[in-house]
Design a protein around this ligand. Structure first.
Ligand SMILES: *Cc1c(COP(=O)(O)O)cnc(C)c1O
Length: 363
Protein backbone atom coordinates (compact mmCIF):
# COMPACT_ATOMS: atom_id res chain seq x y z
CA UNK A 1 0.00 0.00 0.00
CA UNK A 2 1.24 3.51 -0.78
CA UNK A 3 1.26 6.25 1.83
CA UNK A 4 -2.42 7.16 2.06
CA UNK A 5 -2.11 10.91 2.69
CA UNK A 6 -3.77 13.00 -0.02
CA UNK A 7 -4.71 16.57 -0.77
CA UNK A 8 -8.02 16.66 -2.61
CA UNK A 9 -8.77 19.67 -4.78
CA UNK A 10 -12.48 19.92 -5.59
CA UNK A 11 -12.63 22.09 -8.66
CA UNK A 12 -16.43 21.95 -8.79
CA UNK A 13 -16.42 23.76 -5.46
CA UNK A 14 -14.00 26.37 -6.79
CA UNK A 15 -16.56 27.03 -9.52
CA UNK A 16 -19.36 27.16 -6.96
CA UNK A 17 -17.49 29.68 -4.79
CA UNK A 18 -16.63 31.81 -7.80
CA UNK A 19 -20.27 31.93 -8.86
CA UNK A 20 -21.05 33.11 -5.34
CA UNK A 21 -18.49 35.91 -5.74
CA UNK A 22 -20.19 36.92 -8.97
CA UNK A 23 -23.53 37.06 -7.17
CA UNK A 24 -22.09 39.29 -4.44
CA UNK A 25 -20.16 41.51 -6.85
CA UNK A 26 -21.79 42.64 -10.10
CA UNK A 27 -18.59 44.17 -11.56
CA UNK A 28 -15.47 42.54 -12.97
CA UNK A 29 -13.55 40.03 -10.82
CA UNK A 30 -9.83 39.30 -10.63
CA UNK A 31 -9.22 35.95 -8.98
CA UNK A 32 -6.23 36.24 -6.64
CA UNK A 33 -4.17 33.08 -7.10
CA UNK A 34 -0.80 34.06 -5.64
CA UNK A 35 1.25 31.52 -3.68
CA UNK A 36 0.27 28.70 -6.03
CA UNK A 37 -3.40 29.63 -5.60
CA UNK A 38 -3.12 29.49 -1.82
CA UNK A 39 -1.61 26.03 -2.14
CA UNK A 40 -4.32 24.68 -4.46
CA UNK A 41 -2.31 24.70 -7.70
CA UNK A 42 -2.32 27.91 -9.70
CA UNK A 43 -2.47 26.57 -13.26
CA UNK A 44 -5.24 24.15 -12.44
CA UNK A 45 -7.25 26.81 -10.62
CA UNK A 46 -6.65 29.40 -13.35
CA UNK A 47 -7.84 27.02 -16.07
CA UNK A 48 -10.93 26.20 -14.05
CA UNK A 49 -11.75 29.82 -13.26
CA UNK A 50 -10.85 31.36 -16.63
CA UNK A 51 -14.39 31.15 -18.06
CA UNK A 52 -15.82 32.76 -14.92
CA UNK A 53 -13.50 35.69 -14.17
CA UNK A 54 -12.05 38.78 -15.84
CA UNK A 55 -8.44 38.20 -14.88
CA UNK A 56 -6.01 36.93 -12.28
CA UNK A 57 -3.74 38.52 -9.70
CA UNK A 58 -0.41 37.12 -8.53
CA UNK A 59 2.54 38.23 -6.41
CA UNK A 60 5.45 37.69 -8.75
CA UNK A 61 6.57 37.68 -12.36
CA UNK A 62 7.39 33.97 -12.04
CA UNK A 63 3.82 33.19 -11.08
CA UNK A 64 2.49 35.28 -13.96
CA UNK A 65 4.83 33.65 -16.50
CA UNK A 66 3.74 30.19 -15.37
CA UNK A 67 0.14 31.16 -16.13
CA UNK A 68 1.04 32.59 -19.54
CA UNK A 69 3.07 29.44 -20.34
CA UNK A 70 -0.09 27.49 -19.53
CA UNK A 71 -1.92 29.56 -22.14
CA UNK A 72 -3.92 31.68 -19.75
CA UNK A 73 -4.77 34.72 -21.85
CA UNK A 74 -6.81 36.85 -19.46
CA UNK A 75 -5.29 39.97 -17.86
CA UNK A 76 -2.82 39.15 -15.08
CA UNK A 77 -2.16 41.73 -12.39
CA UNK A 78 1.18 41.81 -10.58
CA UNK A 79 0.04 42.82 -7.10
CA UNK A 80 3.37 44.39 -6.16
CA UNK A 81 4.31 45.48 -9.67
CA UNK A 82 7.89 44.97 -10.74
CA UNK A 83 10.58 44.42 -8.13
CA UNK A 84 13.36 45.48 -10.46
CA UNK A 85 13.51 47.43 -13.76
CA UNK A 86 14.80 44.28 -15.47
CA UNK A 87 11.38 42.66 -15.01
CA UNK A 88 9.73 45.20 -17.28
CA UNK A 89 10.69 43.41 -20.48
CA UNK A 90 8.84 40.25 -19.45
CA UNK A 91 5.88 42.33 -18.29
CA UNK A 92 5.63 43.71 -21.81
CA UNK A 93 6.24 40.49 -23.72
CA UNK A 94 3.65 38.66 -21.60
CA UNK A 95 1.17 41.51 -21.59
CA UNK A 96 0.99 41.69 -17.80
CA UNK A 97 -0.61 44.49 -15.80
CA UNK A 98 1.59 46.02 -13.11
CA UNK A 99 0.54 47.65 -9.90
CA UNK A 100 2.43 50.89 -9.40
CA UNK A 101 2.97 51.58 -5.71
CA UNK A 102 6.15 53.71 -5.67
CA UNK A 103 7.50 56.54 -7.79
CA UNK A 104 10.56 54.60 -9.02
CA UNK A 105 8.12 52.23 -10.76
CA UNK A 106 6.72 55.19 -12.71
CA UNK A 107 10.23 55.93 -13.97
CA UNK A 108 10.61 52.31 -14.99
CA UNK A 109 7.41 52.57 -17.03
CA UNK A 110 8.57 55.76 -18.69
CA UNK A 111 11.88 54.18 -19.62
CA UNK A 112 10.32 51.01 -21.01
CA UNK A 113 9.74 50.47 -24.71
CA UNK A 114 5.97 50.36 -24.43
CA UNK A 115 4.36 49.87 -27.86
CA UNK A 116 0.73 50.55 -27.00
CA UNK A 117 -0.61 52.20 -23.84
CA UNK A 118 -0.74 49.63 -21.03
CA UNK A 119 -3.23 49.48 -18.18
CA UNK A 120 -1.78 50.20 -14.75
CA UNK A 121 -3.20 49.81 -11.26
CA UNK A 122 -2.23 52.72 -9.04
CA UNK A 123 -2.09 51.76 -5.39
CA UNK A 124 -3.14 54.13 -2.62
CA UNK A 125 -1.87 53.61 0.92
CA UNK A 126 -4.98 54.25 3.00
CA UNK A 127 -3.51 52.99 6.26
CA UNK A 128 -2.05 49.52 5.75
CA UNK A 129 1.36 51.19 5.33
CA UNK A 130 3.00 48.49 3.30
CA UNK A 131 2.73 49.56 -0.33
CA UNK A 132 1.16 52.48 -2.14
CA UNK A 133 1.22 56.24 -2.49
CA UNK A 134 0.07 58.27 0.46
CA UNK A 135 -3.16 60.10 -0.39
CA UNK A 136 -1.42 63.46 -0.89
CA UNK A 137 1.00 61.90 -3.41
CA UNK A 138 -1.58 60.15 -5.58
CA UNK A 139 -2.54 63.08 -7.81
CA UNK A 140 1.08 63.87 -8.79
CA UNK A 141 1.71 60.15 -9.34
CA UNK A 142 -1.36 59.93 -11.54
CA UNK A 143 -0.29 62.99 -13.54
CA UNK A 144 3.20 61.64 -13.97
CA UNK A 145 1.82 58.27 -15.13
CA UNK A 146 -0.46 59.94 -17.64
CA UNK A 147 2.40 61.79 -19.34
CA UNK A 148 4.14 60.27 -22.31
CA UNK A 149 1.38 58.07 -23.69
CA UNK A 150 2.69 54.81 -22.23
CA UNK A 151 -0.13 54.26 -19.79
CA UNK A 152 -3.70 53.46 -20.79
CA UNK A 153 -6.50 53.17 -18.28
CA UNK A 154 -5.48 53.65 -14.64
CA UNK A 155 -7.36 51.66 -12.02
CA UNK A 156 -7.17 53.11 -8.55
CA UNK A 157 -6.81 50.45 -5.86
CA UNK A 158 -6.32 50.11 -2.14
CA UNK A 159 -6.09 47.23 0.31
CA UNK A 160 -7.63 47.39 3.78
CA UNK A 161 -5.83 46.33 6.94
CA UNK A 162 -9.03 45.41 8.78
CA UNK A 163 -11.48 43.95 6.28
CA UNK A 164 -11.61 40.61 8.11
CA UNK A 165 -13.43 42.04 11.11
CA UNK A 166 -17.09 42.87 10.73
CA UNK A 167 -16.45 46.21 12.44
CA UNK A 168 -17.28 48.76 9.73
CA UNK A 169 -15.78 51.58 11.80
CA UNK A 170 -12.22 50.39 11.07
CA UNK A 171 -12.83 50.81 7.34
CA UNK A 172 -14.37 54.26 7.45
CA UNK A 173 -11.17 56.30 7.70
CA UNK A 174 -9.32 54.41 4.91
CA UNK A 175 -12.45 54.64 2.78
CA UNK A 176 -12.72 58.38 3.38
CA UNK A 177 -9.09 58.82 2.31
CA UNK A 178 -9.67 56.75 -0.81
CA UNK A 179 -12.77 58.68 -1.83
CA UNK A 180 -11.02 61.97 -1.24
CA UNK A 181 -8.22 60.97 -3.61
CA UNK A 182 -10.69 59.63 -6.15
CA UNK A 183 -12.40 63.01 -6.18
CA UNK A 184 -9.15 64.68 -7.29
CA UNK A 185 -8.75 62.50 -10.39
CA UNK A 186 -10.61 62.32 -13.66
CA UNK A 187 -13.08 59.40 -13.63
CA UNK A 188 -11.20 56.11 -13.15
CA UNK A 189 -12.22 52.59 -12.22
CA UNK A 190 -11.50 51.41 -8.69
CA UNK A 191 -10.71 48.20 -6.81
CA UNK A 192 -11.29 47.81 -3.08
CA UNK A 193 -12.63 44.38 -2.24
CA UNK A 194 -10.80 41.31 -1.05
CA UNK A 195 -12.73 38.41 0.51
CA UNK A 196 -13.20 40.20 3.82
CA UNK A 197 -14.84 43.17 2.12
CA UNK A 198 -17.04 41.04 -0.13
CA UNK A 199 -18.28 38.92 2.76
CA UNK A 200 -18.41 41.42 5.57
CA UNK A 201 -18.81 44.88 4.11
CA UNK A 202 -21.20 44.67 1.16
CA UNK A 203 -21.71 48.44 1.27
CA UNK A 204 -18.15 48.95 0.01
CA UNK A 205 -17.98 48.25 -3.70
CA UNK A 206 -15.39 49.34 -6.19
CA UNK A 207 -15.47 48.32 -9.82
CA UNK A 208 -13.03 45.40 -9.67
CA UNK A 209 -13.19 42.78 -6.90
CA UNK A 210 -10.03 40.91 -5.85
CA UNK A 211 -11.16 37.81 -3.93
CA UNK A 212 -8.63 35.18 -2.90
CA UNK A 213 -9.41 33.08 0.16
CA UNK A 214 -13.17 32.86 -0.37
CA UNK A 215 -12.69 31.32 -3.80
CA UNK A 216 -11.12 28.41 -1.95
CA UNK A 217 -14.18 28.13 0.26
CA UNK A 218 -12.82 29.70 3.41
CA UNK A 219 -14.21 32.72 5.24
CA UNK A 220 -11.45 34.98 6.62
CA UNK A 221 -13.59 35.78 9.69
CA UNK A 222 -12.66 34.18 12.99
CA UNK A 223 -13.56 30.47 13.00
CA UNK A 224 -16.74 29.73 14.85
CA UNK A 225 -18.30 32.96 13.62
CA UNK A 226 -21.60 32.37 11.83
CA UNK A 227 -21.05 31.22 8.25
CA UNK A 228 -21.79 34.26 6.15
CA UNK A 229 -22.23 32.60 2.78
CA UNK A 230 -22.49 29.13 1.32
CA UNK A 231 -18.76 28.65 0.78
CA UNK A 232 -17.52 25.14 0.04
CA UNK A 233 -13.97 24.13 1.03
CA UNK A 234 -11.97 23.35 -2.11
CA UNK A 235 -9.11 21.57 -0.34
CA UNK A 236 -9.41 18.53 1.88
CA UNK A 237 -6.45 16.79 3.50
CA UNK A 238 -7.13 13.11 4.16
CA UNK A 239 -5.30 10.01 5.29
CA UNK A 240 -5.94 6.77 7.20
CA UNK A 241 -4.97 5.37 10.57
CA UNK A 242 -1.79 3.42 9.81
CA UNK A 243 -0.77 2.03 13.21
CA UNK A 244 -2.10 1.75 16.74
CA UNK A 245 -1.01 0.76 20.22
CA UNK A 246 -2.26 1.02 23.77
CA UNK A 247 -0.17 2.75 26.42
CA UNK A 248 -0.47 2.66 30.20
CA UNK A 249 -1.13 5.52 32.57
CA UNK A 250 1.98 7.68 32.89
CA UNK A 251 3.44 6.75 29.51
CA UNK A 252 4.01 9.42 26.90
CA UNK A 253 3.62 9.86 23.16
CA UNK A 254 5.89 11.47 20.58
CA UNK A 255 8.74 14.01 20.64
CA UNK A 256 9.33 15.78 23.90
CA UNK A 257 6.81 13.44 25.56
CA UNK A 258 4.35 16.31 25.45
CA UNK A 259 1.33 14.06 26.03
CA UNK A 260 1.27 11.77 29.05
CA UNK A 261 -1.58 9.29 29.47
CA UNK A 262 -3.91 9.91 32.42
CA UNK A 263 -5.73 6.67 31.59
CA UNK A 264 -4.95 3.58 29.53
CA UNK A 265 -4.92 5.19 26.11
CA UNK A 266 -5.29 3.73 22.65
CA UNK A 267 -3.06 5.76 20.35
CA UNK A 268 -3.73 5.96 16.61
CA UNK A 269 -0.92 6.95 14.24
CA UNK A 270 -1.79 8.97 11.13
CA UNK A 271 0.90 9.33 8.44
CA UNK A 272 0.54 13.09 8.02
CA UNK A 273 2.80 15.69 9.57
CA UNK A 274 4.23 19.13 9.16
CA UNK A 275 5.99 18.15 5.91
CA UNK A 276 2.48 17.68 4.53
CA UNK A 277 1.47 21.10 5.81
CA UNK A 278 -0.25 20.08 9.03
CA UNK A 279 0.93 22.73 11.53
CA UNK A 280 3.53 21.54 14.00
CA UNK A 281 2.15 24.07 16.46
CA UNK A 282 -1.22 22.26 16.65
CA UNK A 283 -1.94 21.75 20.37
CA UNK A 284 -3.31 18.77 22.28
CA UNK A 285 -6.98 18.32 21.51
CA UNK A 286 -7.01 19.75 17.97
CA UNK A 287 -9.94 17.88 16.38
CA UNK A 288 -9.28 15.32 13.64
CA UNK A 289 -12.06 13.41 11.90
CA UNK A 290 -11.47 9.66 12.25
CA UNK A 291 -14.21 7.59 10.66
CA UNK A 292 -17.46 9.22 11.72
CA UNK A 293 -16.26 11.05 14.83
CA UNK A 294 -13.74 13.57 16.01
CA UNK A 295 -10.61 12.35 17.78
CA UNK A 296 -8.31 14.70 19.69
CA UNK A 297 -4.71 15.17 18.57
CA UNK A 298 -2.28 13.97 21.25
CA UNK A 299 1.47 14.59 21.39
CA UNK A 300 3.59 16.69 19.06
CA UNK A 301 3.04 16.67 15.33
CA UNK A 302 6.10 15.07 13.69
CA UNK A 303 7.48 15.63 10.21
CA UNK A 304 5.39 12.93 8.58
CA UNK A 305 3.05 11.58 11.22
CA UNK A 306 0.85 12.59 14.09
CA UNK A 307 -1.04 10.80 16.82
CA UNK A 308 -4.63 10.81 18.05
CA UNK A 309 -6.47 9.41 21.05
CA UNK A 310 -8.73 6.56 19.90
CA UNK A 311 -9.62 5.31 23.38
CA UNK A 312 -13.26 6.37 23.08
CA UNK A 313 -13.55 5.15 19.50
CA UNK A 314 -13.39 1.33 19.65
CA UNK A 315 -14.65 1.06 16.08
CA UNK A 316 -11.62 2.99 14.72
CA UNK A 317 -8.37 1.24 13.89
CA UNK A 318 -5.84 0.61 11.16
CA UNK A 319 -7.33 1.62 7.82
CA UNK A 320 -10.04 3.91 9.22
CA UNK A 321 -10.30 7.00 6.95
CA UNK A 322 -9.15 10.31 8.40
CA UNK A 323 -9.83 13.89 7.40
CA UNK A 324 -7.32 16.41 8.78
CA UNK A 325 -9.27 19.34 7.36
CA UNK A 326 -11.97 19.91 4.81
CA UNK A 327 -15.61 19.13 5.41
CA UNK A 328 -15.71 17.84 8.98
CA UNK A 329 -13.00 20.04 10.44
CA UNK A 330 -12.61 23.49 8.88
CA UNK A 331 -9.06 24.46 7.98
CA UNK A 332 -9.72 27.68 9.94
CA UNK A 333 -10.29 25.60 13.07
CA UNK A 334 -6.95 23.82 12.71
CA UNK A 335 -5.28 27.15 11.93
CA UNK A 336 -6.80 29.01 14.88
CA UNK A 337 -5.92 26.19 17.30
CA UNK A 338 -2.35 26.43 16.00
CA UNK A 339 -2.12 30.19 16.43
CA UNK A 340 -2.33 31.06 12.76
CA UNK A 341 -4.79 31.68 9.94
CA UNK A 342 -6.22 29.46 7.21
CA UNK A 343 -4.21 31.41 4.63
CA UNK A 344 -0.93 30.14 6.07
CA UNK A 345 -2.06 26.56 6.58
CA UNK A 346 -3.40 26.27 3.02
CA UNK A 347 -0.21 27.74 1.54
CA UNK A 348 1.90 25.18 3.38
CA UNK A 349 -0.13 22.20 2.20
CA UNK A 350 1.77 21.35 -0.92
CA UNK A 351 3.67 18.19 -0.25
CA UNK A 352 1.03 15.51 0.10
CA UNK A 353 0.17 13.65 -3.10
CA UNK A 354 -2.54 15.63 -4.84
CA UNK A 355 -5.76 14.19 -6.20
CA UNK A 356 -7.96 16.45 -8.26
CA UNK A 357 -11.71 16.02 -8.30
CA UNK A 358 -14.04 17.67 -10.69
CA UNK A 359 -17.24 16.37 -9.14
CA UNK A 360 -17.98 14.82 -5.77
CA UNK A 361 -16.11 11.58 -5.38
CA UNK A 362 -15.15 11.15 -1.77
CA UNK A 363 -12.71 8.36 -1.00
C1 LIG B 1 -3.87 38.64 -1.35
C2 LIG B 1 -4.57 39.88 -1.78
C3 LIG B 1 -5.96 39.89 -2.03
C4 LIG B 1 -6.85 38.71 -1.75
O1 LIG B 1 -7.17 38.71 -0.39
P1 LIG B 1 -8.14 37.62 0.28
O2 LIG B 1 -8.21 38.04 1.68
O3 LIG B 1 -7.46 36.31 0.11
O4 LIG B 1 -9.43 37.70 -0.45
C5 LIG B 1 -6.51 41.06 -2.53
N1 LIG B 1 -5.74 42.17 -2.74
C6 LIG B 1 -4.42 42.19 -2.48
C7 LIG B 1 -3.66 43.45 -2.72
C8 LIG B 1 -3.79 41.06 -1.98
O5 LIG B 1 -2.49 41.10 -1.71
Amino acid sequence: MTRPTRIHIHLDRLVHNCRLVRKLHPGPVLAVIKANAYGHGDVLCAKTLAPLVDGFAVASLEEACRLRDAEIQLPILLLAGVFDPSEMEMVLTHGLTPVVHASWQIDVLHNASVKSPMPVWLKVDTGMHRLGFLPEHVLPAFQSLSHGGKVGPVILMTHFANADTSDDALLQEPLRKFRHVLGQLPPVETSLSNSGVLLGHPGIQGDWARPGLMLFGVDPAAPGAATRQDLQPVMRLTSCVSAERTIDVGESVGYGSRFTAQRRTRVGVIPCGYADGYPRSAPEGTPIQVGNSLAPLIGRVSMDMLTVDLTDMPQAGIGTPVELWGDSVAVSTVAAASGTVAYEVLCQARRAAVQVHWAEDMP
